[in-house]
Design a protein around this ligand. Structure first.
Ligand code: ZN
Ligand code: ZN
Length: 440
Protein backbone atom coordinates (compact mmCIF):
# COMPACT_ATOMS: atom_id res chain seq x y z
CA UNK A 1 0.00 0.00 0.00
CA UNK A 2 2.62 2.50 1.02
CA UNK A 3 4.83 4.06 -1.62
CA UNK A 4 8.43 3.04 -1.91
CA UNK A 5 10.52 3.18 1.19
CA UNK A 6 13.24 5.82 1.04
CA UNK A 7 15.35 3.75 3.38
CA UNK A 8 15.20 0.86 0.98
CA UNK A 9 16.30 2.89 -1.98
CA UNK A 10 19.98 2.77 -2.78
CA UNK A 11 20.02 5.43 -5.45
CA UNK A 12 21.45 8.71 -4.26
CA UNK A 13 19.04 10.68 -6.40
CA UNK A 14 16.17 9.70 -4.12
CA UNK A 15 17.71 11.73 -1.32
CA UNK A 16 16.72 14.92 -3.10
CA UNK A 17 13.11 13.99 -2.49
CA UNK A 18 13.48 14.85 1.14
CA UNK A 19 12.66 18.47 1.60
CA UNK A 20 13.89 20.60 4.48
CA UNK A 21 10.37 20.76 5.87
CA UNK A 22 9.33 18.92 8.98
CA UNK A 23 5.75 17.73 9.16
CA UNK A 24 4.04 17.63 12.50
CA UNK A 25 1.31 15.08 13.14
CA UNK A 26 -1.04 14.62 16.09
CA UNK A 27 0.30 11.79 18.21
CA UNK A 28 -2.29 10.98 20.81
CA UNK A 29 -3.67 12.66 23.91
CA UNK A 30 -1.39 13.70 26.75
CA UNK A 31 -2.51 11.93 29.93
CA UNK A 32 -4.12 14.19 32.56
CA UNK A 33 -1.63 15.71 35.02
CA UNK A 34 1.32 14.56 32.91
CA UNK A 35 4.44 16.68 33.38
CA UNK A 36 4.53 17.29 29.64
CA UNK A 37 1.48 19.52 30.10
CA UNK A 38 3.60 21.98 32.06
CA UNK A 39 6.75 22.03 29.94
CA UNK A 40 7.72 24.57 27.33
CA UNK A 41 9.94 21.86 25.83
CA UNK A 42 7.04 19.77 24.60
CA UNK A 43 5.16 20.29 21.34
CA UNK A 44 1.43 19.95 21.64
CA UNK A 45 -1.93 20.73 20.09
CA UNK A 46 -4.64 22.32 22.19
CA UNK A 47 -4.32 22.39 25.95
CA UNK A 48 -2.58 25.24 27.75
CA UNK A 49 0.69 26.95 26.83
CA UNK A 50 3.70 26.83 29.14
CA UNK A 51 6.06 29.79 29.01
CA UNK A 52 9.67 29.21 30.06
CA UNK A 53 11.22 31.05 33.01
CA UNK A 54 12.07 34.37 31.41
CA UNK A 55 14.88 36.70 32.40
CA UNK A 56 13.75 39.37 34.85
CA UNK A 57 13.75 42.00 32.10
CA UNK A 58 11.21 40.05 30.08
CA UNK A 59 9.27 38.35 32.84
CA UNK A 60 6.59 41.00 33.00
CA UNK A 61 5.56 40.16 29.49
CA UNK A 62 4.15 36.74 30.24
CA UNK A 63 0.48 37.06 29.29
CA UNK A 64 -2.25 36.00 31.67
CA UNK A 65 -4.23 35.15 28.58
CA UNK A 66 -4.11 35.92 24.89
CA UNK A 67 -7.13 37.75 23.58
CA UNK A 68 -8.72 37.79 20.17
CA UNK A 69 -8.18 41.05 18.32
CA UNK A 70 -11.83 41.01 17.21
CA UNK A 71 -13.98 39.91 20.16
CA UNK A 72 -11.32 40.66 22.81
CA UNK A 73 -12.04 37.41 24.60
CA UNK A 74 -9.37 34.88 25.61
CA UNK A 75 -8.51 32.49 22.79
CA UNK A 76 -7.70 28.79 23.03
CA UNK A 77 -4.17 27.68 22.16
CA UNK A 78 -3.92 25.90 18.82
CA UNK A 79 -0.34 24.71 19.06
CA UNK A 80 2.79 24.99 21.15
CA UNK A 81 5.90 24.04 19.19
CA UNK A 82 9.25 23.46 20.85
CA UNK A 83 11.89 24.18 18.24
CA UNK A 84 15.37 25.04 19.54
CA UNK A 85 17.52 25.94 16.53
CA UNK A 86 20.33 23.51 15.87
CA UNK A 87 23.65 24.70 17.29
CA UNK A 88 21.83 27.51 19.02
CA UNK A 89 22.10 28.42 22.65
CA UNK A 90 18.41 28.99 23.20
CA UNK A 91 15.28 27.11 23.93
CA UNK A 92 12.75 28.38 21.44
CA UNK A 93 9.01 27.75 21.65
CA UNK A 94 6.33 29.07 19.29
CA UNK A 95 2.71 29.43 20.41
CA UNK A 96 -0.27 29.97 18.11
CA UNK A 97 -3.76 30.92 19.28
CA UNK A 98 -6.93 31.18 17.23
CA UNK A 99 -10.40 32.44 18.05
CA UNK A 100 -13.12 29.90 17.37
CA UNK A 101 -16.05 32.31 17.54
CA UNK A 102 -18.13 32.28 14.41
CA UNK A 103 -18.20 36.07 14.16
CA UNK A 104 -14.41 36.35 14.35
CA UNK A 105 -13.65 34.12 11.40
CA UNK A 106 -11.85 35.67 8.46
CA UNK A 107 -11.07 38.75 10.50
CA UNK A 108 -7.69 40.26 11.25
CA UNK A 109 -6.44 39.64 14.78
CA UNK A 110 -8.29 36.38 15.43
CA UNK A 111 -5.09 34.37 15.06
CA UNK A 112 -1.98 35.37 17.03
CA UNK A 113 1.46 33.87 17.66
CA UNK A 114 4.18 34.40 20.24
CA UNK A 115 7.75 33.20 20.49
CA UNK A 116 9.57 32.51 23.75
CA UNK A 117 13.34 32.17 23.58
CA UNK A 118 15.53 31.68 26.62
CA UNK A 119 19.20 31.00 26.91
CA UNK A 120 19.64 27.38 27.82
CA UNK A 121 22.68 27.26 30.07
CA UNK A 122 22.92 23.56 29.56
CA UNK A 123 23.22 24.01 25.82
CA UNK A 124 25.90 26.58 26.37
CA UNK A 125 27.79 24.67 29.05
CA UNK A 126 28.19 21.29 27.61
CA UNK A 127 27.65 21.52 23.93
CA UNK A 128 30.23 18.79 23.49
CA UNK A 129 28.41 16.41 25.74
CA UNK A 130 25.19 17.07 23.92
CA UNK A 131 26.80 16.51 20.57
CA UNK A 132 27.95 13.12 21.72
CA UNK A 133 24.50 12.31 23.01
CA UNK A 134 22.96 13.54 19.79
CA UNK A 135 25.27 11.30 17.82
CA UNK A 136 24.24 8.39 19.93
CA UNK A 137 20.60 9.32 19.37
CA UNK A 138 21.31 9.64 15.66
CA UNK A 139 22.66 6.11 15.61
CA UNK A 140 19.50 4.91 17.31
CA UNK A 141 17.41 6.86 14.81
CA UNK A 142 19.30 5.28 11.96
CA UNK A 143 18.56 1.90 13.42
CA UNK A 144 14.90 2.81 13.62
CA UNK A 145 14.90 4.19 10.09
CA UNK A 146 15.77 0.78 8.74
CA UNK A 147 12.48 -0.47 10.00
CA UNK A 148 10.41 2.64 9.49
CA UNK A 149 10.24 4.08 6.00
CA UNK A 150 8.82 7.32 7.31
CA UNK A 151 11.87 8.08 9.40
CA UNK A 152 14.79 9.67 7.71
CA UNK A 153 17.73 7.46 6.90
CA UNK A 154 21.24 8.60 7.58
CA UNK A 155 22.36 8.77 3.98
CA UNK A 156 19.51 10.94 2.85
CA UNK A 157 19.87 13.88 5.16
CA UNK A 158 19.78 17.14 3.30
CA UNK A 159 23.44 17.96 3.76
CA UNK A 160 24.42 21.25 5.25
CA UNK A 161 21.20 22.93 4.34
CA UNK A 162 19.23 21.35 7.14
CA UNK A 163 18.65 23.74 9.95
CA UNK A 164 18.27 21.01 12.47
CA UNK A 165 20.17 17.85 13.05
CA UNK A 166 17.77 15.37 11.61
CA UNK A 167 18.32 12.91 14.39
CA UNK A 168 17.55 15.51 16.97
CA UNK A 169 13.87 15.55 17.68
CA UNK A 170 12.85 19.08 16.98
CA UNK A 171 9.61 18.74 18.80
CA UNK A 172 9.76 17.10 22.15
CA UNK A 173 8.63 13.59 21.53
CA UNK A 174 6.52 11.87 24.15
CA UNK A 175 9.04 9.12 24.74
CA UNK A 176 12.09 11.34 24.70
CA UNK A 177 12.83 11.58 28.38
CA UNK A 178 16.37 10.41 27.83
CA UNK A 179 17.07 12.82 25.00
CA UNK A 180 18.92 15.92 26.15
CA UNK A 181 17.23 18.09 23.54
CA UNK A 182 13.70 17.19 24.36
CA UNK A 183 13.77 16.84 28.11
CA UNK A 184 12.47 19.76 30.11
CA UNK A 185 15.72 21.07 31.48
CA UNK A 186 14.89 24.22 33.32
CA UNK A 187 11.67 23.75 35.20
CA UNK A 188 12.57 22.22 38.49
CA UNK A 189 9.12 22.04 39.88
CA UNK A 190 6.07 20.53 38.27
CA UNK A 191 3.34 23.02 38.95
CA UNK A 192 -0.17 21.79 39.41
CA UNK A 193 -2.25 22.85 36.42
CA UNK A 194 -5.20 23.99 38.43
CA UNK A 195 -3.31 26.11 40.89
CA UNK A 196 -0.76 27.79 38.69
CA UNK A 197 -1.49 31.18 37.28
CA UNK A 198 0.33 34.32 36.37
CA UNK A 199 0.24 35.65 39.87
CA UNK A 200 2.34 32.82 41.23
CA UNK A 201 5.00 33.08 38.58
CA UNK A 202 8.41 34.51 39.20
CA UNK A 203 11.20 34.98 36.68
CA UNK A 204 12.76 31.72 37.82
CA UNK A 205 9.83 29.45 37.13
CA UNK A 206 7.79 28.60 34.11
CA UNK A 207 4.18 29.62 33.73
CA UNK A 208 1.41 27.40 32.48
CA UNK A 209 -1.90 29.05 31.70
CA UNK A 210 -4.83 27.33 33.31
CA UNK A 211 -8.63 27.13 33.70
CA UNK A 212 -10.92 28.97 33.40
CA UNK A 213 -9.26 29.98 30.15
CA UNK A 214 -10.70 28.16 27.14
CA UNK A 215 -8.68 25.27 25.75
CA UNK A 216 -9.08 22.36 23.38
CA UNK A 217 -9.05 19.24 25.52
CA UNK A 218 -7.39 16.89 25.81
CA UNK A 219 -4.07 18.34 24.67
CA UNK A 220 -2.38 16.12 22.11
CA UNK A 221 1.25 15.40 21.40
CA UNK A 222 2.75 16.56 18.14
CA UNK A 223 5.37 14.35 16.59
CA UNK A 224 7.36 15.06 13.47
CA UNK A 225 8.50 13.33 10.34
CA UNK A 226 10.67 14.66 7.58
CA UNK A 227 8.75 15.54 4.48
CA UNK A 228 9.50 12.92 1.88
CA UNK A 229 7.96 13.18 -1.58
CA UNK A 230 8.08 9.79 -3.30
CA UNK A 231 9.33 9.77 -6.88
CA UNK A 232 6.58 10.39 -9.40
CA UNK A 233 7.29 7.04 -11.13
CA UNK A 234 6.41 5.22 -7.95
CA UNK A 235 2.96 6.67 -8.06
CA UNK A 236 2.63 5.63 -11.71
CA UNK A 237 1.46 9.04 -12.69
CA UNK A 238 2.16 9.96 -16.27
CA UNK A 239 2.46 13.47 -17.56
CA UNK A 240 -0.68 13.24 -19.61
CA UNK A 241 -4.31 14.10 -19.46
CA UNK A 242 -5.11 11.15 -17.25
CA UNK A 243 -2.65 12.10 -14.57
CA UNK A 244 -5.26 13.66 -12.33
CA UNK A 245 -7.49 10.66 -12.53
CA UNK A 246 -4.65 8.30 -11.82
CA UNK A 247 -3.54 10.33 -8.89
CA UNK A 248 -7.05 10.16 -7.51
CA UNK A 249 -7.03 6.42 -7.91
CA UNK A 250 -3.69 6.24 -6.15
CA UNK A 251 -4.53 8.42 -3.24
CA UNK A 252 -8.07 7.18 -2.93
CA UNK A 253 -10.52 9.05 -0.81
CA UNK A 254 -8.16 11.73 0.43
CA UNK A 255 -7.60 13.30 -2.92
CA UNK A 256 -11.25 12.89 -3.76
CA UNK A 257 -12.15 14.74 -0.60
CA UNK A 258 -9.92 17.61 -1.61
CA UNK A 259 -11.37 17.68 -5.11
CA UNK A 260 -14.78 18.05 -3.59
CA UNK A 261 -13.71 21.15 -1.71
CA UNK A 262 -12.62 22.91 -4.83
CA UNK A 263 -12.80 22.14 -8.51
CA UNK A 264 -9.44 21.34 -10.01
CA UNK A 265 -7.66 23.55 -12.41
CA UNK A 266 -9.04 26.74 -10.94
CA UNK A 267 -6.13 27.94 -8.88
CA UNK A 268 -2.58 26.73 -9.54
CA UNK A 269 -1.45 27.83 -6.10
CA UNK A 270 -4.21 25.93 -4.38
CA UNK A 271 -3.59 22.83 -6.46
CA UNK A 272 0.06 23.05 -5.60
CA UNK A 273 -0.84 23.37 -1.92
CA UNK A 274 -3.10 20.35 -1.92
CA UNK A 275 -0.78 18.17 -3.97
CA UNK A 276 2.19 18.96 -1.78
CA UNK A 277 0.28 18.02 1.36
CA UNK A 278 -1.02 14.84 -0.17
CA UNK A 279 2.19 13.77 -1.87
CA UNK A 280 4.31 13.32 1.23
CA UNK A 281 4.79 9.85 2.65
CA UNK A 282 2.55 9.71 5.70
CA UNK A 283 1.91 13.40 5.22
CA UNK A 284 -1.84 13.35 4.83
CA UNK A 285 -2.18 13.71 8.59
CA UNK A 286 0.12 16.71 8.81
CA UNK A 287 -1.36 19.61 10.74
CA UNK A 288 1.69 21.84 10.81
CA UNK A 289 4.76 22.38 8.63
CA UNK A 290 8.03 23.66 10.08
CA UNK A 291 11.03 25.07 8.27
CA UNK A 292 12.84 27.95 9.90
CA UNK A 293 14.16 30.18 7.14
CA UNK A 294 12.30 28.23 4.49
CA UNK A 295 9.50 29.23 2.17
CA UNK A 296 5.85 28.78 3.12
CA UNK A 297 3.44 26.88 0.97
CA UNK A 298 0.85 29.46 -0.12
CA UNK A 299 -2.79 28.45 -0.14
CA UNK A 300 -4.59 30.56 -2.69
CA UNK A 301 -3.87 33.24 -5.27
CA UNK A 302 -7.04 34.94 -4.03
CA UNK A 303 -5.57 35.83 -0.67
CA UNK A 304 -3.93 39.18 0.02
CA UNK A 305 -1.16 37.36 1.93
CA UNK A 306 -0.30 35.25 -1.10
CA UNK A 307 -0.24 38.33 -3.31
CA UNK A 308 2.00 40.05 -0.78
CA UNK A 309 4.51 37.21 -0.31
CA UNK A 310 4.38 35.83 -3.86
CA UNK A 311 3.76 38.87 -6.04
CA UNK A 312 2.76 37.76 -9.51
CA UNK A 313 1.47 34.33 -8.46
CA UNK A 314 -2.04 35.45 -9.30
CA UNK A 315 -1.18 35.92 -12.95
CA UNK A 316 -2.52 33.09 -15.10
CA UNK A 317 0.16 30.73 -16.35
CA UNK A 318 0.91 30.35 -20.02
CA UNK A 319 0.04 26.96 -21.48
CA UNK A 320 3.38 25.25 -20.84
CA UNK A 321 4.46 27.40 -17.97
CA UNK A 322 5.00 25.80 -14.57
CA UNK A 323 4.19 27.49 -11.31
CA UNK A 324 7.52 28.63 -9.87
CA UNK A 325 6.78 29.96 -6.40
CA UNK A 326 10.44 30.14 -5.35
CA UNK A 327 11.17 32.72 -8.02
CA UNK A 328 8.22 34.84 -6.91
CA UNK A 329 8.78 34.64 -3.16
CA UNK A 330 9.47 37.99 -1.57
CA UNK A 331 8.95 38.27 2.20
CA UNK A 332 10.47 41.77 2.46
CA UNK A 333 7.16 43.28 3.57
CA UNK A 334 7.09 41.17 6.75
CA UNK A 335 7.74 43.58 9.61
CA UNK A 336 10.95 43.11 11.65
CA UNK A 337 11.15 41.71 15.18
CA UNK A 338 9.68 44.37 17.48
CA UNK A 339 12.26 43.61 20.18
CA UNK A 340 15.62 43.47 18.38
CA UNK A 341 14.62 44.85 14.96
CA UNK A 342 16.12 41.85 13.18
CA UNK A 343 14.51 40.41 10.11
CA UNK A 344 11.74 37.92 10.65
CA UNK A 345 11.88 34.71 8.70
CA UNK A 346 9.32 32.07 7.85
CA UNK A 347 9.06 29.54 10.63
CA UNK A 348 5.92 27.42 10.50
CA UNK A 349 2.48 27.14 9.02
CA UNK A 350 -0.75 25.50 10.08
CA UNK A 351 -2.63 23.51 7.46
CA UNK A 352 -6.39 22.84 7.31
CA UNK A 353 -6.37 19.32 8.74
CA UNK A 354 -5.66 20.99 12.08
CA UNK A 355 -9.19 22.36 11.95
CA UNK A 356 -10.64 18.87 11.95
CA UNK A 357 -8.37 17.86 14.82
CA UNK A 358 -9.36 20.85 16.97
CA UNK A 359 -13.14 20.59 16.96
CA UNK A 360 -15.17 23.39 18.56
CA UNK A 361 -16.90 20.92 20.88
CA UNK A 362 -13.51 20.07 22.38
CA UNK A 363 -13.18 23.56 23.85
CA UNK A 364 -13.71 23.61 27.61
CA UNK A 365 -12.81 25.97 30.42
CA UNK A 366 -12.30 23.27 33.03
CA UNK A 367 -9.00 21.79 31.93
CA UNK A 368 -10.85 18.55 31.25
CA UNK A 369 -12.24 17.07 28.04
CA UNK A 370 -15.81 18.01 27.26
CA UNK A 371 -18.63 15.54 27.80
CA UNK A 372 -19.91 16.36 24.31
CA UNK A 373 -17.09 14.46 22.75
CA UNK A 374 -18.14 11.14 24.14
CA UNK A 375 -20.57 10.64 21.32
CA UNK A 376 -20.63 6.89 21.58
CA UNK A 377 -22.01 6.96 25.09
CA UNK A 378 -25.82 7.03 24.99
CA UNK A 379 -27.42 9.97 26.77
CA UNK A 380 -29.23 9.35 29.98
CA UNK A 381 -32.79 10.59 30.22
CA UNK A 382 -31.71 13.61 32.20
CA UNK A 383 -28.87 14.41 29.81
CA UNK A 384 -31.22 14.14 26.89
CA UNK A 385 -33.57 16.63 28.54
CA UNK A 386 -30.71 19.03 29.19
CA UNK A 387 -29.49 18.65 25.62
CA UNK A 388 -32.97 19.52 24.34
CA UNK A 389 -33.12 22.55 26.60
CA UNK A 390 -29.73 23.63 25.35
CA UNK A 391 -30.82 23.27 21.75
CA UNK A 392 -34.03 25.12 22.42
CA UNK A 393 -32.08 27.94 24.04
CA UNK A 394 -29.79 28.05 21.04
CA UNK A 395 -32.68 28.31 18.64
CA UNK A 396 -34.33 31.01 20.70
CA UNK A 397 -31.12 33.01 20.88
CA UNK A 398 -30.47 32.68 17.17
CA UNK A 399 -28.57 35.39 15.27
CA UNK A 400 -26.51 37.23 17.83
CA UNK A 401 -25.76 34.27 20.04
CA UNK A 402 -24.93 32.09 17.05
CA UNK A 403 -22.17 34.45 16.05
CA UNK A 404 -20.89 34.43 19.62
CA UNK A 405 -20.72 30.66 19.58
CA UNK A 406 -17.65 28.65 18.78
CA UNK A 407 -17.52 27.03 15.39
CA UNK A 408 -14.97 25.61 13.02
CA UNK A 409 -12.11 27.90 12.18
CA UNK A 410 -12.11 29.13 8.61
CA UNK A 411 -8.53 29.65 7.58
CA UNK A 412 -6.77 27.91 4.73
CA UNK A 413 -3.32 28.33 6.21
CA UNK A 414 -1.71 30.31 9.02
CA UNK A 415 1.87 31.46 8.39
CA UNK A 416 4.09 32.37 11.33
CA UNK A 417 7.27 34.39 10.85
CA UNK A 418 9.73 34.61 13.74
CA UNK A 419 12.83 36.55 14.70
CA UNK A 420 15.82 35.33 12.75
CA UNK A 421 18.24 36.27 15.55
CA UNK A 422 16.24 34.29 18.12
CA UNK A 423 16.45 37.17 20.59
CA UNK A 424 15.77 36.24 24.20
CA UNK A 425 12.36 37.06 25.62
CA UNK A 426 8.70 36.63 24.86
CA UNK A 427 7.68 38.42 21.67
CA UNK A 428 4.53 38.50 19.59
CA UNK A 429 5.48 37.33 16.13
CA UNK A 430 4.03 38.06 12.73
CA UNK A 431 1.10 36.00 11.53
CA UNK A 432 -0.18 35.95 7.98
CA UNK A 433 -3.52 34.22 7.55
CA UNK A 434 -4.86 33.04 4.25
CA UNK A 435 -8.57 32.62 4.90
CA UNK A 436 -10.55 29.78 3.51
CA UNK A 437 -11.84 30.79 0.13
CA UNK A 438 -14.35 29.57 -2.30
CA UNK A 439 -12.83 29.70 -5.75
CA UNK A 440 -16.01 28.94 -7.58
ZN1 ZN B 1 -12.75 36.39 18.64
ZN1 ZN C 1 14.32 39.59 17.76
Amino acid sequence: MSPSSPAGSSSSSSSSLYTNTLLALPDGPIPPSHLDLTSHCVSLLGGYPTFPPLPASAAGKVPEEVRCGVCHKPMPLLAQVYCPPENGENDRTIYVWGCARVKCQKREGSVRAFRASIRNEEYVRDVEEKRAAAEKAAAAEREKARKNPFTISSDSQPNGSALFGTAQPLFGAPSSGSNPFAAPVTSSEAPDLSSLSISSSTPSSSTTLAPPLPAYQPAQYLSTIEEYIPPVEDMEVEEDEDSDDEAIAQNGGLEEAWEKILPKGVDEVFENFVRRLEAADGGSKQVLRYELGGMPLPYSTQSPICKRLFPGAEKPLAKDEELDLASLYNPSSVPPCPQCKSKRTFELQLVPSLISVLKPNAITTTGKPSEDQKETKPLSEEERKKELERLAAGVKGEDKSAAEKEGEMEWGTVLVYGCEKDCVGLVEEWVGVEWETSLM
